[in-house]
Design a protein around this ligand. Sequence first.
Ligand SMILES: NC(=O)C1=CN([C@@H]2O[C@H](COP(=O)(O)OP(=O)(O)OC[C@H]3O[C@@H](n4cnc5c(N)ncnc54)[C@H](O)[C@@H]3O)[C@@H](O)[C@H]2O)C=CC1
Ligand SMILES: O=C(O)[C@@H]1CCC=N1
Length: 268
Amino acid sequence: MDYSIGFIGGGKMAEAIISGIVTSNLISQQNVFVGEINEARQKYLQEVYGVNVSSDNKWVISQADLVILAVKPQLMQRVVGPLREIFSHRLVVSIAAGITINKLSEMLPDKQPIIRVMPNTPCLIGQGISAMAPGETVTEEHSAKAKTILSSVGQVVITEEKYLNAVTGLSGSGPAYVYLIIEALADAGVLAGLDRHMALQLATQTVIGSAAMVKETGSHPAQLKDAVTSPGGTTISALYSLEKNGVRAALIEAVITAMNRAAELNGE
Ligand SMILES: NC(=O)C1=CN([C@@H]2O[C@H](COP(=O)(O)OP(=O)(O)OC[C@H]3O[C@@H](n4cnc5c(N)ncnc54)[C@H](O)[C@@H]3O)[C@@H](O)[C@H]2O)C=CC1
Ligand SMILES: O=C(O)[C@@H]1CCC=N1
């Protein structure tokens, strides 16, 4: 692609996107500019991805056609406020949890095109999923550009902004829930006498294989679950234990709690 991209904040989520776009050759390294204040982080991003890194956010924006805001939500106002005049016509993409397009518009010049996106860290290996919600002054061309970038690091869904906090609770934070489940499954294997390495391999591939079954067969998860569950067998006794311990409700509550927390972040 013949355009340049800037990141304000070069942390974990920015890295996941940078890695994806550089690996997929969508945008060459010399056209990626990262504004980052932490020196160790600057060095790391330069060495690992060969991108341009600077502590001067104004310079980064001036070099970019499209700017991704990737600092913590709580810092957004403080970081973006002083950069207000530099953005000019550029498309601004915010990946911050909770911060609304309305709130971002107050920080930016009038009619600034803004797209709010919720990605997740598997973008690092091209297996992410991002939901994007375009603001009012965003053109078809802007949306297409953002979608191309996000598609280079995983799947993309387009939705209304009112759903982005729900997306945050589900797929934005979701990888952490899955890692917790993988870790717990492996711990159970270790408790039952398996060695750690093998237990982790069994747990990880079980999650990968099961997710791929849902995706590739198109069957409802309940139908796939039933196929594992023999009458009077092992699985049904485990499922009974999971239901007794409220795992289903715990996961539902986790997503809703994260969604509500995203809404709170807009006011902090
Ligand atoms: N980590 C995740 O899984 C996801 C994070 N997000 C969003 O991405 C954003 C970044 O999150 P993470 O990457 O996890 O956080 P992080 O803490 O790893 O990255 C933020 C980076 O911004 C840098 N920074 C702070 N002040 C700065 C300034 N004035 N100028 C330039 N750089 C500055 C920090 O040094 C840090 O490297 C957040 O708004 C978060 O809500 C969205 C989806 C998933
Ligand atoms: O924990 C957070 O606030 C960020 C947003 C989604 C995933 N990580």
